[in-house]
Ligand binder design. Structure first.
Ligand code: G1P
Length: 297
């Protein structure tokens, strides 16, 4: 029997320099897809997967995230007085039970592995999830929920996985496959951001993880890796060396790289088109844009 996964770490300490000047005063995770901040998508996905404790690894200037998940009595009162029940309901998903959310600061930008390690005392001796809010995944069943279900069968460690073109391997952790079972692969290694010629496969790690607490112990001894950073990938790869299973899970759903401007725009369009109140207008506009493009050719 595997232990239930009830804690998730959200590494949100990054400076978001790719989105400057916007991120000069707004945390990247507060930037909105349609009308919900990136972080809300991550939290909703975690909740759907049964997560009860939410651990944010933050840094200076991320105060807006704490306010976002706080109750807003004045605003709620105003909406109640005006009978705006719909808006009150949308606010509900931003509320957290007291004590369900914790914030830890990563004092130095030493990499994703270090960010996760900063939360070690709050995780203790249980399996935990990691969600990178930059990776937004749209799907019928939320990605982490798919993984939790698969993990109940395998135990060990599990990372979300997706095939990427050869020229993109240097943007991802790449899996070295030992056995391919279809949706699931068993790995025999993991490499962070290899050049195409050094990549062990074309299966990339996407920002959803279910990890055993021994990964946190591994992080005690991990040295700087790719890009001079402490890499989570290296701490997971160390699990394989220690004889613990590491699985890649090919999830169902469409992943948007909201860490890039183009991915963010694509996600905005996709989530806009998925909304009943926006689809018609947005579609008509896109249709016109495409037709104009054709006319200009
Ligand atoms: C991180 C991880 C990488 C993973 C990627 C997924 O990289 O280090 O292994 O493939 O997220 O989005 P980052 O995009 O933060 O550089």
């Amino acid at each position: 029997m595997t232990r239930r996964v009830t804690k998730a770490i959200f590494p949100v300490a990054g400076m978001g320099t790719r989105f400057l000047p916007a991120t000069k005063s707004v945390p990247k995770e507060i930037m909105t897809l349609v009308d919900r901040p990136l972080i809300q998508y991550a939290i909703d996905e975690a909740r759907a997967a049964g997560i009860k404790e939410f651990i944010f690894v933050t840094s200076r200037g991320k105060g807006a995230l704490e306010d976002y998940f706080d109750h807003a009595p004045q605003l709620e009162q105003l909406l109640r007085q005006k009978g705006k029940t719909d808006l009150l309901n949308t606010l509900e998903s931003t509320n957290m039970e007291s004590g369900a959310i914790a914030y830890i600061r990563q004092h130095k930008a030493l990499g994703l592995g270090h960010a996760v390690w900063c939360a070690r005392r709050l995780i203790g001796d249980e399996p935990f999830a990691v969600i990178l809010p930059d990776d937004v995944i749209a799907g019928e069943k939320p990605c982490l929920q798919q993984m939790v279900e698969a993990y109940e069968e395998t135990g060990g460690n599990m990372v979300a996985a997706m095939e990427v073109p050869a020229e993109k391997t240097s943007s991802y952790g790449m899996l070295d496959i030992e056995a391919d079972m279809g949706a699931m692969v068993r790995t025999k290694g993991m490499v962070e951001k290899p050049k195409a010629e050094d990549a062990p496969s074309n299966l990339a790690v996407i920002g959803r993880y279910i990890l055993s607490p021994s990964v946190l112990e591994n992080l005690n001894n991990i040295e700087q890796g790719a890009g001079g950073e402490i890499q989570l990938t290296d701490a997971i790869a160390a699990e394989i060396k220690n004889g613990n299973g590491v699985y890649g899970y090919r999830f169902q759903g469409q992943r948007f790289d909201c860490g890039s401007k183009s991915g963010f725009l694509q996600a905005t369009v996709a989530f806009g088109l998925a909304r009943d109140d926006l689809r018609e207008d947005l579609f008509a506009y896109l249709h016109d844009v495409v037709n104009m493009g054709k006319a200009a050719e």
